[in-house]
Each structure stands twice: as structure tokens, then as C-alpha cells.
Design a protein around this ligand. Structure first.
Ligand SMILES: [Zn+2]
Length: 198
């Protein structure tokens, strides 16, 4: 019964978003559109995560306020990793340390390119599906919503190891310790392994 009601609310929301593509929708409006479903927010997340609709919130776009939503495209996008199981998503996110593999943003933390936004991770394809890439975990990686949604112009190129080491070596001792602290926190297991090397 509850599931049935949920489906009804989701269908209503889907229809409402599709009738308002590109328009910023407020939460009151969406709650009404769902038939005042108590879990309308969850239904919106299902449209995004399960059906692949590009519904953006303030976490994705800095010009949106909390409680505002906008559907960009009537066509669901494969970039939201449809058809990828929850288990695979969890595996990939865990393997990637809950860190965007393009820009290094960490899930739940302020985004490095826009600290007013919380980093939300999605599953992206290393080789795009349009280029024949598969949904296999080996072709998947964690990407933040900024990188995943074509914020590519914002994404800096990765520095080469050589340049990076030069930068770190030239930094003050205090800054080097900060880098060390950050690396240890990010790579706890590797740190322990390195420290026990003979
Ligand atoms: Zn990113």
C-alpha cells in the first residue's frame, strides 16, 4: 500500500518536473504536485538516482537556494549510473575513498571550487558509455556532481608528480606537515603499511 502510494507520488512529481523543465521549483510547489506525499523528497531523489533525471539542487548549483529544484533536461541521462546496482555503487565509492577522482573533492565536505556547496558524489564512467564503455566496476569511478555534470572547464589538470614534489619540497615545514597530516588521514592503511616496511 505504502509502496503503491509512493509510486503514485513519484509519477505525479515526474509529470510535474517534465511539464516545468528548466524552471526553478520550490519545495511547497513540489509537495503539492506530489499530492502532499509525506516522503515527496525521497520520491524526488528516486527520480534522480533511480530514473536518471537531472534534477539539481543547491548542492549542485550555487544559484539555487536550499529547497529549490530544477530539472535540466526532459531526457534522463546515463551519467547518473542507471542500471548500476547499489552494491556496485558502494564498492566503487569505497574503493575511491569517497573522493571525486577528477578534482579530489570529498563527499559531504565543501566543494573546492565552490565552498558553499556540499560535495555530492556520483558514479561516472571512465570510458563513456557512448564510446562503448561498460557498467562494469572496472570502468566506474566516483565523480562529484560538478565534474560529472560537465563542470569540466572548472576542473584543473592534475599536476605531474614531479611538479607536485617540487612544490611540496619548496613549501614551509609547517605546510609540509599539513600535507602529511592530510595524506595520513586519507591513506591510513597505506601509512601503516609504509611505517612497518623494514
Ligand atoms: Zn570533482
Amino acid at each position: 500500500m505504502a509502496a503503491e502510494r509512493g509510486k503514485g507520488a513519484r509519477a505525479k512529481l515526474r509529470a510535474y518536473f517534465l511539464a516545468n523543465v528548466g524552471r526553478v521549483l520550490e519545495s511547497d510547489e513540489l509537495r503539492n504536485a506530489s499530492g502532499n506525499a509525506s516522503e515527496w523528497g525521497r520520491r524526488v531523489r528516486e527520480l534522480r538516482n533511480e530514473e536518471g533525471y537531472q534534477i539539481l539542487t543547491h548542492n549542485d548549483r550555487s544559484n539555487l537556494k536550499p529547497g529549490q529544484y530544477v530539472l535540466l533536461d526532459p531526457k534522463p541521462t546515463p551519467a547518473f549510473a542507471r542500471g548500476i546496482s547499489k552494491e556496485t555503487r558502494a564498492l566503487v565509492l569505497d574503493r575511491n575513498g569517497f573522493t571525486c577522482q577528477k578534482c579530489g573533492a570529498v563527499a559531504g565536505e565543501p566543494h573546492p571550487f565552490d565552498p558553499t556547496r556540499k560535495t555530492r558524489l556520483q558514479i561516472g564512467h571512465i570510458i563513456d558509455k557512448s564510446m562503448g564503455g561498460s557498467d562494469s566496476p572496472t570502468n566506474l569511478r566516483a565523480e562529484c556532481s560538478v565534474c560529472n555534470e560537465g563542470g569540466k572547464n572548472l576542473t584543473l589538470d592534475r599536476p605531474s608528480l614531479q611538479k607536485l614534489l617540487i612544490q611540496v619540497r619548496r613549501a614551509t615545514g609547517g605546510d609540509q606537515v599539513e600535507v602529511l597530516r592530510w595524506l595520513i588521514q586519507k591513506f591510513r592503511e597505506q601509512t601503516a603499511a609504509i611505517l612497518t616496511e623494514k
